[in-house]
Ligand binder design. Sequence first.
Ligand SMILES: Nc1ncnc2c1ncn2[C@@H]1O[C@H](COP(=O)(O)OP(=O)(O)OP(=O)(O)O)[C@@H](O)[C@H]1O
Length: 255
Amino acid sequence: MEGTVLHVSSVSKRFGGLVALDNVSLEVGRSTITLLIGPNGSGKTTLINVVGGVLKPDTGAIYYEDKDITYMSPAERFRLGIVRTFQTPQLFRSLSVLENVLIPSKYFLEENVLDIVLSNRWVTKDREQVQRALEILSLLRLDHLWDAPASSLSGGQMKLLELGRILMSEPRVVLLDEPLAGVNPALAREIMKRLREIRDELGVTFLIVEHRLDLASSYADYVYAMHRGSVISRGTPDVVLKDPLVLEAYIGSSR
Ligand SMILES: Nc1ncnc2c1ncn2[C@@H]1O[C@H](COP(=O)(O)OP(=O)(O)OP(=O)(O)O)[C@@H](O)[C@H]1O
């Protein structure tokens, strides 16, 4: 693929006797929203974990901008600009929206973030940083809530807030694990629209695991479908979602 930013090459991963990833290859185009779909247990989260560095593959390699990152730690990948989120947003609920954005994401990887917060080392007086945080909150339509405690946000807004903190570190590739889970349809569409704006305005690339295909697919540029540890279909959303192999995988898994 032209303009490939991330290349997963023939990756396999076993857990004991279970083959979670079986010779998986995929390319993620620069500044795209690429969706990873598939029935439960098809290997999507394992793949995100391998790309994010939480898991090491048994065989195969991961390249970021042609650089072999297969054996880099999550912190090293973070420094290159590859960041992942989790299904539950990592936030400090009693801190304000703005304060949450101002806690550097690197602390969540490298140090005990609670110690950082308690020591007040994270508080920045840097005018540019605060200005940037407000711009990001504005991009996410959370700027009017800057002073509200994070605990007052809805689940979907919390996901956007975590994304805001991640954007402060100027990531190049963001790995999202089910960003729409538990979010009402209207806000889910808002989240997908915001991702598109971030893609277009900041050039960020998104690789997203998502089950809510109806909501996510119309905002995606490209889709990979997985089943039983393998990629069974790839292409634009309209092609992949109509692929008989994909339909059969979903129907088969719900029987
Ligand atoms: N740490 C682990 N130890 C043992 N087996 C695991 C581990 N992680 C995942 N698996 C197994 O690997 C397979 C793929 O799991 P994975 O979580 O990657 O699938 P998934 O497509 O993300 O599923 P879901 O949509 O339900 O989250 C499953 O059979 C799962 O039980």
